[in-house]
Write a protein that binds this ligand. Structure first.
Ligand SMILES: NC(=O)c1ccc[n+]([C@@H]2O[C@H](COP(=O)([O-])OP(=O)(O)OC[C@H]3O[C@@H](n4cnc5c(N)ncnc54)[C@H](OP(=O)(O)O)[C@@H]3O)[C@@H](O)[C@H]2O)c1
Length: 343
C-alpha cells in the first residue's frame, strides 16, 4: 500500500449495496478501486448499472482473475454464506489483506447461532474469533490490527444506535421493548421479488419475519453484552419505497427519568459523531431526510401512556445500514477521519 492510497476490491459490486459502495468509494480521496467483481456481467462497465458512477473504473471481473497481491482491502457485499468461503481462501495466503464483510457471515459470535439462524454450515468457523462486529459509533476501541470487520445488519443498526446508550445508562426498563421497523424493498437485495410471497411491492406494506427475523439474533447478542435481562419483540415490514428504514421503538423510561434527560443522554453519547443527529423532543422524522446519506436521525417522543416513550430512528439501509457504515469502518481501520468520503 502506498502511503495514503488504499487499493480496494469489491466482491458483489453489482448488487444494491455493492453499487452504493462503489459510488461512494469512487469519490473517496484515499481509495483506488482496483477490482470490481460479480458472477455475471463479466466485462461490463460498472456505470452501465449505475449512472451516478462517473469515475473511470475497472470493468466487472470474476473473483478468480483478481491479483490479490495488489489489494489492501476487500469489501464483500455477497449473499450470506459466500463471504466466509472467500475469506477462508484468502486469509492465510495474503496476510496483509483486510476484509470488510457486509453480509451476516461474521456477525454472530457463536457458530451454532449462525447455523441455526441462517440455516447454513459455517465454513470458516476458526475465523469468527478473529473478526470484530462494528457499528462505527459504538466501536471506540482500535480496529487497526483487525483483519476482518463484520459490518452490522441494517435493522440492527437502526435499533442499537438509539437503544444502546440508554440501556447502558439504565435510563429505560429492559423489559417490554417493542421494535416496529419499516424498510424499503432494496433491503432484500436486487432479487427481492423472489424472496417474498406478496405481489404488490409498490402499493402494499408487508409484515414478515414475524416469529423470528434473522436480525433478532444479532440484536440479542449485542444487547446481552449490556444485560442478560433485555426482552424485546421485533417486527419488520416492507414498505412501498425503494430505500430507507424507520424503526419505531416503544420503551418504558424509568420513573425518575425525564424525556429531556433521555434526549440529553443521547446527545452527550454521540456528541462527536457527526452522522448521528438527535432531534428535539417530540420531533416528527422520517426517512426522507436521511436517504442518500450516512446520517442517522433519532427523535424521542412522549406517548399517552405513563412512562412509555417512542424512539424513532431513520437511516438509509443501503448507506448507514451497509455501504456507508462499511466505509466508516474502513476509515476507522486506517485511522482516517470518520467522515472521509461520506459527506
Ligand atoms: N440490501 C440491504 O439493505 C443490505 C443492508 C445491509 C447488509 N446487506 C447485506 O449485504 C449483502 C449484499 O446485499 P445486496 O442487497 O446488495 O444483495 P444483491 O443486490 O443480491 O447483490 C449481491 C451481489 O453479490 C454477487 N454475487 C452473488 N453470489 C455470488 C457469488 N457466489 N460469487 C460472487 N458474487 C456473487 C451478485 O452478482 P451477480 O448478480 O453477478 O450474481 C451481486 O453483485 C448481503 O449479504 C446482505 O444481507 C444488505
Amino acid at each position: 500500500m502506498s502511503k495514503n492510497i488504499i487499493n480496494v476490491a469489491v466482491a458483489g459490486a453489482t448488487g444494491y449495496v455493492g453499487l452504493d459502495l462503489v459510488y461512494l468509494l469512487s469519490k473517496h480521496p484515499n481509495i483506488k478501486i482496483s477490482s470490481l467483481c460479480a458472477q455475471k456481467n463479466i466485462g461490463r462497465k460498472i456505470n452501465s448499472f449505475d449512472k451516478r458512477i462517473k469515475a473511470k473504473l475497472p470493468n466487472i471481473t470474476n473473483l478468480k482473475s483478481v491479483n490479490w497481491d495488489n489489494i489492501d482491502l476487500l469489501f464483500l457485499s455477497l449473499p450470506n454464506g459466500e463471504a466466509q468461503k472467500l475469506i477462508k481462501k484468502l486469509y492465510d495466503k495474503y496476510s496483509n489483506l483486510k476484509f470488510i464483510d457486509l453480509s451476516a457471515d461474521f456477525r454472530l459470535e457463536k457458530k451454532s447461532e449462525y447455523e441455526k439462524t441462517y440455516n447454513l454450515t459455517h465454513r470458516a468457523k476458526n475465523l469468527i474469533d478473529k473478526s470484530v462486529y462494528s457499528i462505527s459509533e459504538l466501536k471506540k476501541e482500535k480496529l487497526n490490527n483487525i483483519r476482518i470487520i463484520s459490518n452490522p445488519g441494517c435493522y440492527p443498526t437502526s435499533v442499537q444506535i438509539p437503544l444502546i446508550p440508554l440501556l447502558k445508562k439504565k435510563l429505560i426498563y429492559t423489559k417490554n421493548i417493542t421494535i416496529d421497523s419499516k424498510s424499503g424493498y432494496s433491503g432484500a437485495g436486487k432479487n427481492y421479488r423472489s424472496k417474498f410471497n406478496h405481489k404488490n411491492f409498490y402499493s402494499s406494506t408487508y409484515a414478515y419475519g414475524v416469529i423470528n427475523h434473522r436480525h433478532v439474533a444479532e440484536i440479542d447478542q449485542e444487547f446481552k453484552k449490556i444485560s442478560k435481562n433485555i426482552e424485546f419483540t421485533f417486527n419488520p415490514h416492507l414498505i412501498p419505497a425503494f430505500r430507507g428504514i424507520l424503526s419505531s421503538i416503544y420503551v418504558y423510561k424509568k420513573d425518575k427519568t425525564t424525556i429531556n434527560k433521555i434526549v440529553n443522554a443521547l446527545k452527550k453519547f454521540y456528541k462527536k459523531d457527526t452522522f448521528i443527529r438527535i432531534q428535539k423532543v417530540n420531533s416528527q422524522i422520517g426517512t426522507g431526510n436521511v436517504i442518500g446519506t450516512n446520517n442517522c436521525d433519532i427523535s424521542v417522543c412522549k406517548t399517552r401512556c405513563k412512562n412509555k416513550i417512542v424512539i424513532f430512528c431513520a437511516i438509509d439501509n443501503l448507506i448507514k445500514g451497509a455501504s456507508g457504515q462499511a466505509i466508516q469502518n474502513m476509515n476507522l481501520i486506517y485511522k482516517l477521519r470518520q467522515t472521509l468520503g461520506l459527506q
